[in-house]
Design a protein around this ligand. Structure first.
Ligand code: AMP
Ligand code: MG
Length: 421
């Protein structure tokens, strides 16, 4: 270690000239990663949450035929009265799934249920409540109707050939419904990337064992598990690795042999027991190792033998912040998903927030809407990067970009609501 005392930037505060910006880090991640080129054909339900591997075009019109949007009477629009009232002869009933199979003539009508095909000869549905049924079975309809009303045209939802699912979409419940409405029973999706993770630290104990003096329970593997479980990935929990270069090297080599992405936490600072960067230099390729972000500055990103590696910081909040900001887009790229940035809302800060310009900062906030439905946000307690309880109380990140130089009460800030709210 260098024994000279210098005034170089300390980890806690000043801006480090060796750090790259958040945007540069994201560009490097994007440029380094190529999507997996492996797919699997799954039945429709199994596709939920997975990434579509190709665009899906509709093989047909939906609805397939013009049908009724209401319970009522199907009539020829030409027979509707232009003044006064017209009487119609009811000649039958059309049910959803059981069409009326004759032709309706002038001044005749067919009782019709929602979803039933519009009978030949008719083009308009008069709501039941707007028609008068006489004792003799005849139907009276007054003026004020528009020909074609209360019908759903063939193809009005989806036209044959229309794009219904883009390549790279994460398949959601509405997509499942649309695909089902087209009779599509299976789909080719991207294979799930395999993501392995481990914690490093001699002080770490896995839950189930008693703590000795100076030891702490490993919480990072649980937050990581929780965040990974929301993504379309296979998860491999590799436990705790001691702060020894040989053990870390072995763990990385073994993990890279089975996983597409390896994530570690801890050991990325410049302390005496921080070996991640030097081991990666040995066995792989470093893309970057410091980002101008708080919390989360030391983050080592690189490759080992064709696998990706992300060495996250050890502090529990830094793990969650860097996961959200860097690991999520890395996994998206790897798994074939279309890139998207987090949705930000503007909220009125209820607190004064200290912030240095020149680096990106993420604080934990509690957002709500005020009486006028405007978003407001308060700090969710202490902001130290080891204080996980403020993270668990929070429902959003307060996202402060590089140029911001502190926030006053009443200022508008960007917030990012947590996905798991
Ligand atoms: P490090 O980056 O290894 O220096 O760790 C920074 C801080 O985070 C230290 O206080 C560690 O004890 C703590 N830490 C590291 N890994 C974990 C973990 N898996 N669970 C909880 N705290 C951790
Ligand atoms: Mg450590």
């Amino acid at each position: 270690m260098n024994s000279t005392v210098t005034s170089s930037p300390s980890c806690a505060d000043a801006i480090d000239p060796e750090s790259i910006s958040v945007a540069q880090a994201l560009d490097r991640i994007e440029a380094t990663i190529t999507a997996l080129d492996e797919y699997e054909e799954l039945s429709l339900k199994e596709c939920l949450g997975r990434i579509s591997s190709k665009p899906v075009l509709s093989p047909m019109d939906v609805p397939g035929h013009t049908n009724s949007a209401m319970d009522g009477f199907a009539v020829p629009g030409a027979s509707l009265p232009t003044q006064g009232i017209n009487e119609f002869e009811e000649i039958g009933v059309a049910y959803a799934g059981l069409p009326f199979d004759r032709v309706c003539g002038a001044n005749q009508c067919v009782r019709i249920m929602t979803g039933a095909l519009i009978p030949e000869g008719t083009d308009t549905v008069i709501m039941q409540e707007q028609a008068e049924q006489l004792e003799n079975g005849r139907i009276r309809i007054a003026t004020g109707h528009r020909a074609g009303e209360n019908t759903r045209s063939a193809g009005e939802d989806i036209e044959q050939g229309a794009l219904v699912l883009q390549q790279g979409s994460r398949i959601n419940p509405a997509h499942l419904g649309v695909l089902a409405s087209l009779g599509i029973g299976s789909l080719k999706v991207w294979r799930k990337p395999i993501v392995a993770f481990f914690s490093t630290g001699d002080e770490l104990v896995s839950i189930g064992k008693p703590l000795e003096k100076g030891q702490i329970y490993d919480s990072n593997r649980y937050t990581l598990y929780g965040m990974l479980a929301q993504l379309p990935v296979e998860i491999l929990d590799l436990g705790v690795i001691e702060d020894q270069p040989d053990k870390i090297r072995q763990a990385l080599v073994d993990a890279a042999a089975v996983a597409d992405l390896v994530i570690s936490t801890g050991g990325v600072s410049v302390g005496e027991a921080d070996y991640i960067k030097s081991v990666l230099e040995d066995i792989g390729q470093i893309e970057f190792w410091k980002i101008a972000i708080k919390p989360g500055r030391p983050l080592t990103f690189g490759t080992i033998d064709g696998s990706l590696f992300m060495g996250l910081p050890g502090n529990p909040v830094a793990v969650m912040v860097t996961f959200d900001r860097f690991v999520v887009p890395a996994i998206a790229k790897l798994s074939g998903a279309t890139a998207s940035s987090p949705t930000l809302l503007k909220a009125v800060s209820q607190n004064k927030l200290r912030k240095k310009p020149g680096r990106f900062e993420v604080q934990r906030g509690i957002a709500s809407r005020d009486a006028n439905s405007n978003w407001q946000v308060s700090r969710a307690g202490q902001q130290g990067s080891g204080i996980l309880t403020s993270m668990s109380r929070a429902n959003c990140f307060i996202v402060l970009s590089e140029d911001i130089d502190g926030v006053a009460v009443g200022d508008l800030v960007d917030i990012q609501l947590f996905d798991w709210n």
